[in-house]
Design a protein around this ligand. Structure first.
Ligand code: DGJ
Length: 545
């Protein structure tokens, strides 16, 4: 009897515990990436809260935004100053409030570890760190001026940051068996502003020494001093190595405590006119330092670009730079003005595992955002609509799309904004190409005028031979045989090929396609026209031999 009672007690205890779900992880196959959450691919339809919205009083304004956006994930800081207000005294009460709120509001979390570097500064480090420049020295520029950035060459700073990060990860391991937290960002836009490197005496001594063998070997260089190996780029490369090694120290220890996917975000150089290191944070995971970061910080899964540069051509360049076989594409921050919403489509076309506009909550913080002239920063539900409509379209397939993108080829484009014709040609392999054009009526052949504000975008996935999944907004897509010379749309090109079938539909919860209706006649005679309705098409093309 006693045994039976004990067994029943054990069963009751087990049943009342949240089930241990499979931990989130990143997987890679044939150069493609997927973020696995609860054992299946997951697309982050995210947004990032404002920097100071991570306190219980502000959180309702964050959850409210999550609902208006149809988001599934919130990116939100955990500041070192919040969790270790006095050295060695940890307080995770706020983290627990955040976890509970996220679960109540059906959101996953990506936590941003604001610690040694937050946009290059130690502003989010606890006061006991900021005030102790002797123990936690700031970097010094070539003229001997102290900069407001921790130097990465001091072991004490890294050890203190690491201890706090490990405590946070250990707490999450205990407090989050449901895996509400799916990824961690380590630091925020690390780097040094105002100098290419630290010129303090400690840094000087290291700079005069040899480049570490692992870096020389990894980059395929000949051994030598920093100056000898890297010439004009020596200062920045030195800074990047030490920042990346510091970050690795924090990340690897955190990961040993609790193994979650980890990434770093980047304050980018201008995609076309990079400027000098120090005008952007020197030593951060900028495009030209990615190879170094892979060598120096293997515990970091990927570096993600924070995109605020407006131009479509620059965004496409950034996607190429950060979407690599060894670097999953994830957009941790992007401008919140309406004209940035369309970049969701090329991001997905670049294989992105997630997308996250910055500063979207209802604390009404306006910020000084750069963007298209005359485009106001977003403040209310009506203004978040350009992002919300993307998430409404993808929320029902937040599990299916990333599975497709992990296994098939995908492409995406956004309406151009650098002059020229408002259309783009896309090569879809050996048999097909597509012409995407913007600002056209749904009926007729009038040339594209472009939308009043660049708003269009489409994304495609190849489901099988001659079969594509297509969706988008404010754009027309025409499929053309790849063999046609030039992008000659319509009658001439159409002689040789046709739509075998165009279905509008959706994927059910198990990822099965559910056909709702067939598009034909006016709906296909003038290309496939996406306006503001959320429409997902499965297109079968055919070609006369
Ligand atoms: C990029 C940073 O990573 C964010 O935390 C924020 O400061 C934005 N810039 C601008 O508001």
């Amino acid at each position: 009897m006693r045994r039976l009672i004990l067994a029943l007690c054990a069963l009751w205890c087990f049943a009342s515990q949240p089930l241990m779900a499979e931990a989130p992880r990143l997987v890679r196959k044939d150069g493609r990436h997927a973020l696995m959450v609860d054992g299946a691919p997951y697309l982050v339809l995210g947004f990032q809260a404002n920097n100071s919205s991570n306190y219980p009083a502000a959180l309702p304004k964050v959850w409210h935004m999550a609902k208006d956006l149809s988001a599934n994930t919130v990116l939100i800081p955990v500041a070192w100053e919040q969790v270790e207000p006095a050295e060695g005294r940890f307080d995770f009460a706020w983290v627990d409030t955040l976890l509970a709120g996220a679960r109540e509001n059906d959101q996953r979390l990506v936590l941003l570890w604001f610690a040694s570097w937050k946009n290059h500064s130690p502003n989010y480090a606890p006061e006991w760190v900021k005030r102790d420049d002797g123990r936690f020295p700031r970097a010094i520029d070539a003229k001997g001026r102290r900069l407001n950035s921790l130097s990465p060459v001091h072991a004490a700073s890294m050890a203190a940051d690491r201890k706090a990060f490990v405590a946070l990860m250990a707490h999450l391991k205990k407090a989050d068996p449901q895996h509400t937290v799916i990824m961690m960002q380590v630091e925020n836009e690390s780097g040094l502003v105002g100098s290419d490197r630290d010129y303090s005496p400690t840094a000087e001594a290291l700079f005069k020494g040899q480049v570490p063998a692992a870096l020389v070997r990894g980059l395929g260089k000949k051994p030598g001093t920093w100056q000898e190996v890297f010439g004009a780029a020596a200062g920045e490369t030195f800074q990047a190595w030490h920042m990346a090694r510091y970050i690795e120290g924090v990340a690897s220890a955190g990961r040993a405590a609790y193994d979650l996917p980890l990434y770093v975000n980047c304050w980018l150089r201008d995609a076309f006119k990079p400027g000098a290191p120090g005008s952007y944070p020197s030593g951060g995971p900028t495009d030209h330092m990615l190879d170094l970061y892979k060598i120096a910080a293997p515990s970091i899964d990927f570096a993600g670009p924070d995109y605020y540069q407006g131009s479509n051509a620059k965004f496409m360049r950034v996607i190429e730079q950060y979407g690599r076989a060894d670097n999953a594409l994830f957009i941790p921050e992007i401008g919140r003005q309406a004209n940035y919403a369309r970049y969701f489509f090329p991001a997905l076309g670049g294989g992105a595992i997630g997308f996250s506009p910055f500063g979207l909550d209802y604390t009404k913080y306006k910020g000084a955002f750069e963007g298209a002239k005359g485009v106001e920063p977003l403040l209310g539900p009506a203004e978040v609509e350009p992002f919300a409509r993307n998430y409404r379209l993808f929320a029902p397939m937040a599990r299916t799309w990333p599975k497709i993108a992990f296994e098939h080829r995908v492409w995406g484009v956004a309406e151009p904004d650098e002059g020229g014709a408002p259309q783009q040609a896309l090569s879809l392999g050996k048999r097909w190409r597509a012409l995407v054009s913007y600002g056209r009526a749904e009926y007729g052949d009038a040339p594209p005028k472009g939308n009043p504000v660049p708003a269009g975008g489409v994304v495609l996935a190849e489901l099988g031979p001659d079969e594509f999944l297509v969706t988008g907004y404010d754009a027309r897509i025409d499929f053309l045989p790849a063999v046609e010379p030039g992008a000659q749309p319509y009658d001439e090109a159409r002689k040789g090929y046709y739509y075998a079938r165009v279905e509008e539909g959706h994927f059910d919860a198990d990822g099965r396609w559910v056909m709702e209706r067939v598009w034909n006649g006016d709906q296909t005679d003038w290309g496939l026209n996406f306006k503001s309705a959320a429409q997902l098409l499965r297109v079968r093309l055919a070609m006369h031999d």
